[in-house]
Design a protein around this ligand. Structure first.
Ligand SMILES: Cc1cc2nc3c(=O)[nH]c(=O)nc-3n(C[C@H](O)[C@H](O)[C@H](O)COP(=O)(O)OP(=O)(O)OC[C@H]3O[C@@H](n4cnc5c(N)ncnc54)[C@H](O)[C@@H]3O)c2cc1C
Length: 324
């Protein structure tokens, strides 16, 4: 059985999910007695491809072209599907990132494959790969089996491990896929990288604020705590709808799904739609003045208190402890 991992890179740098997806596919291949191959698409990416060896990749296929400098939905989908066909793979693994979510269904359509999206675990049961995915806004997990001959799984970022081992190298091969202008029908002409704090989908720590912050003028308390920790700033939908914070910070069912190591919820009640986006975080800390707030049901550590007292005190204490 041959498996194909898609390693996401931007601007010639791998996303952490590239290592997670590569390692997850490698582990499954071992369990199945098969082979895992990783594909990297972009411009001048052959230089970074060997890095994947540290995450268990034995073979890395590189498809590079100056026109692939920026992610192109149509071209990337064609390349990944063609490589999957050439290699006769039975399962593909992509990150459930913005790119992976865009790519997976298009590749699936080309390969007539079923997709198990946003998996938080992958297992082998009776020789078949199964994916575990949250349902009902994270209230339950279901185990799914994809029944089509070619199967696609997308992996929630930050959930799977990516531990590097020293000295391992990958065999890097160049592959050519013929691309015409028609393959670039949707074209990215430029990318502006947001300055400042990391994005909530990539941060290992997120400090999020809700309606309990009482107004946009108080969010500096959330930002100051985030900056001491090198964290991203997140928000509940209530504050985004009120125009206190930008939509790209919204965490939840209609916002972003996050799985950081640490999620600090400040003045957030913990509505099921918010929990849908963050309950798979490793450690959840909640600050809320209502001891019965639902957020405390998922929190590992809870502070029943006023954010206007707790946040400045926490920031000060962390500054001292972290020498900032
Ligand atoms: C279809 C649908 C999709 C949705 N999608 C999302 C989504 O993606 N993300 C999302 O977040 N929501 C979503 N919602 C909205 C969700 O149901 C809640 O309304 C929202 O999450 C509430 O935001 P909040 O916790 O900030 O506000 P509230 O529910 O008003 O909670 C504020 C909390 O702050 C506490 N508080 C008040 N003052 C203080 C203080 N001084 N110190 C400490 N604590 C204090 C209160 O005790 C309370 O628990 C969705 C709803 C629907 C119907």
């Amino acid at each position: 059985m041959k498996l194909l991992a898609f390693a996401e890179q931007r601007e010639g740098k791998f996303k952490k999910s590239a290592y997670e997806v590569t390692q997850a596919a490698g582990k499954l291949a071992e369990q199945l007695g098969g082979e895992a191959v990783t594909v990297v698409v972009g411009n001048t990416v052959s230089a970074i491809a060997p890095e994947l060896g540290a995450y268990g990749a034995k073979r890395v296929i590189v498809v590079q072209d100056p026109r692939l400098q920026y992610y192109s939905t149509t071209a990337y989908a064609k390349i990944v599907a063609e490589i999957a066909k050439k290699e006769s793979v039975t399962a593909l693994f992509l990150p459930a990132s913005q790119m992976g979510k865009d790519l997976a269904p298009r590749v699936a359509a080309k390969l007539d494959a079923g997709v198990a999206a946003d998996c938080v675990a992958l297992n082998v049961e009776q020789g078949e790969i199964t994916g575990v995915r949250p349902v009902y806004a994270g209230k339950a997990n279901i185990t799914v089996k994809v029944t089509s001959p070619v199967k696609i799984f997308t992996l929630r970022p930050n959930v799977f491990t990516a531990s590097a081992s020293n000295g391992a190298t990958a065999n890097v091969e160049q592959a050519a896929v013929e691309l015409t202008d028609a393959d670039f029908s949707a074209k990215v002409t430029g990318v502006k990288i947001a300055e400042g704090r990391p994005d909530v989908t990539e941060a290992s720590i997120i400090v999020s604020g809700g309606r309990g912050m009482k107004g946009p003028e108080h969010f500096h308390l959330v930002e100051e705590l985030a900056d001491v920790l090198g964290a991203a700033v997140g928000a509940s939908r209530a504050v985004v709808d009120a125009g206190w914070r930008p939509h790209d910070e919204q965490v939840g069912q209609t916002g972003k799904t996050v799985s950081p190591t640490l999620y600090i919820a400040c003045g957030i009640s913990g509505a099921v739609q918010h929990l849908a986006g963050m309950s798979s975080s490793k450690y959840i800390v909640a600050v809320n003045k209502d001891k019965d707030a639902p957020i405390f049901q998922v929190a590992d550590y809870g502070v029943v208190g006023d954010v206007f007292e707790i946040l400045p005190a926490l920031t000060e204490e962390l500054k001292k402890k972290l020498h900032k």
